[in-house]
Design a protein around this ligand. Structure first.
Ligand code: UD1
Length: 420
């Protein structure tokens, strides 16, 4: 197993290019199940989660051809509709194949994803919505068995909670359903918006893109022709490098980004005393005279993303004063706190709220990554911790960050990948 060894403290400088968004690429890859043609997707991030979903599609009988950061996926000749446990258990987002498989074939079996380090993460809202569209769903031997022999029918879906992959799943199901589907309380995340935009440019009529109410007119199982397109930049990767610049109080430029996807984060960094220079596709963070403490509450887009909570909490250890971070989306997303405490951080947890006292001089230690974003938070802490920090179990990191150690090395970090 690999681990990362980081020597700190360090200053960073220079620029880093941001990859395509993992969370946009995943539904867009699942969307190829709706296509009548071979689909070319550019700006695909080279990360494990993407490979996992492509492997799942290959297991279903799709042909997949990856070159650099482009992939061609052809789902014309699928031979089976069963997404098996061995793949789904490694990545919950595999559930994204449920809606399109069911809509296209009228039946499928998808393993239940099971638990996850950051909380329960049920899929009840996905299933309820598909039932409203006429699906018969049962759970047998750990699998969701879904049937809609006469195809799915348009319906009015009102999500009780905003769900990102739930919205994406139902948008894809609705695209091939018969008639009109209305999704009320739809997710506004840029990744969902891109999915809708690509489907729209492929001939699916969708109103309300980028709003909380989506109206989708289905094709009644007619597959659509999807032209080549590029995945939007990864706002969480960009945010993580902005936090790397901030925690080391350095000047760094992130390139190939969309600042309009990062407004909540940019505003918090400005409140902490950093200056941000923004161009149409770059953001430069400039050091603060003094890093100020801050309060953050995670929310759905356009609010502050839960996927940036761990990194921001770590940044708060270097701010002067007391910061409070409230996690509203996932009940167990503070696993990084006990690891940060091993580095000397002063953090108190109460329910879904963390109180962070700064500024603390962190000291290097061995720490364990617990989930994807928590792992990057530990790397950020290691950049300012005195001495050597070893971050173990970085397979979590590899799920979602393309070439993290190479990008950080280029910015001047003393970081290397070693074998246990
Ligand atoms: C997606 C992102 C993940 C991000 C999360 C929240 C992908 C691949 N993953 O995850 O990185 O952290 O959005 O921004 O895009 N819920 C239910 N029932 C359901 C579905 C969700 O109760 O059927 C709850 C969840 O437990 C959670 C909340 O709704 O509390 C939001 O979850 P959701 O938006 O569905 O997260 P994901 O789509 O799994």
């Amino acid at each position: 197993m690999d681990y990362l060894q980081i020597e700190g403290p360090t200053k960073l400088s220079g620029s880093v290019e941001i990859a395509g968004a993992k969370n946009a690429a995943l539904p867009l890859i699942a969307m190829t199940l709706l296509a009548s043609n071979e689909v070319t997707i550019n700006n695909i991030p080279n990360v494990v989660d993407i490979k996992t979903l492509l492997k799942l599609l290959e297991n279903l009988g799709a042909t997949v051809d990856i070159k650099n950061n482009s992939v061609k996926v052809d789902t014309c000749c699928l031979t089976n509709t069963k997404a098996t446990y061995d793949i789904v258990k490694t990545m919950r987002a595999s559930i994204l194949v449920l809606g399109p498989l069911l809509a296209r074939f009228g039946h499928c079996e998808v393993s239940l994803p099971g638990g996850c380090a950051i909380g329960q993460r049920p899929i009840d809202l996905h299933l309820k919505a598909l039932e409203q569209m006429g699906a018969e769903i049962s759970i047998e031997a750990g699998y969701v068995l879904a049937k809609a022999p006469n195809g799915l029918k348009g319906a009015h879906i009102v999500f009780d909670k905003i769900t990102v992959t739930g919205t994406a799943n139902i948008v894809m199901a609705a695209a091939l359903a018969k008639g009109k589907t209305i999704i009320t309380n739809a997710a506004l995340e840029p990744e969902v918006v891109q999915l809708c935009q690509v489907l729209k440019s492929s001939g699916i009529s969708i109103d309300g893109i980028g709003t909380t109410e989506l109206i989708i007119y289905g094709t009644d199982r007619r597959l659509v022709e999807i032209a080549p397109f590029s995945v939007i930049p990864d706002r969480i990767e960009a945010g993580t490098y902005l936090c790397a610049a901030a925690i080391t109080n350095s000047e760094v430029t992130v390139k190939k980004v969309r600042a309009d996807h990062l407004e909540a984060l940019i505003s918090k960094l400005e409140q902490m005393g950093f200056t941000l220079d923004i161009t149409p596709d770059t953001i430069t963070l400039k050091p603060a005279k003094q890093i100020k403490a801050i309060d953050v509450t995670t929310q759905e887009f356009p609010g502050f993303p839960t996927d940036m909570q761990a990194q921001f909490l770590t940044l708060c250890t270097q701010a002067t004063g007391v910061s409070i971070i409230e996690e509203r989306l996932f009940e167990n997303r503070f696993m990084h706190v006990s690891e940060l405490q091993r580095l000397g951080a002063s953090i108190k947890l109460k329910g879904n709220s963390a109180t962070i006292a700064g500024k603390i001089d962190l000291v290097g230690a061995d720490v364990m990554a617990t989930d994807l974003r928590a792992s990057s938070a530990l790397v950020l802490a290691a950049l300012v911790a005195e001495g050597t920090t070893n971050v173990h179990r970085i397979y979590h990191l590899d799920r979602g960050y393309e070439g993290l150690e190479k990008k950080l090395q280029k910015l001047g970090a003393k970081i290397k990948r070693l074998k246990e």
